[in-house]
Design a protein around this ligand. Sequence first.
Ligand code: ATP
Ligand code: MG
Length: 137
Amino acid sequence: IQRTFSIIKPDATRRNLTGAINAKIEAAGLRIVAQKRIHMTPAQAGQFYAVHKERPFYGELCEFMASAPVVVQVLEGENAIAKYREVMGATDPAAADAGTIRKEFALSKGENSVHGSDAPETAAEEIAYFFAGIELV
Ligand code: ATP
Ligand code: MG
């Protein structure tokens, strides 16, 4: 059993899509074991996305992630990291497979509705950035 970290991004929370996205997560066999709504500052979003600091879209990405509340989650299941990336679909919704969250809900490459960790090390770091040990059972 594995855990991954997820964010339901501002474009999705604004459109009241948290429940619809959670339904897709659960239908894929992933269990939501922790979840809360937060509103990041641009600096907090910048620290979270620090690996993308040199990319041209970094400033825009940080502003977007701080533009409205998000829902941060810990998901659990067999191969949760890879499975959730499959459920999310490609970064660019135009390239995402049918039935994926991004195909169904994302607006663009930037406003793409969800984030999911890409490896066990980043999943552990990202979970620890947003959740205290006492919140994880
Ligand atoms: P995430 O890390 O959010 O799960 P990802 O792993 O599919 O998404 P990354 O390459 O890690 O994609 O990019 C991180 C985020 O940066 C993307 O989800 C998207 O919101 C934004 N992004 C990536 N490429 C672009 C781009 N060309 N223009 C605008 N925003 C982008
Ligand atoms: Mg990524």
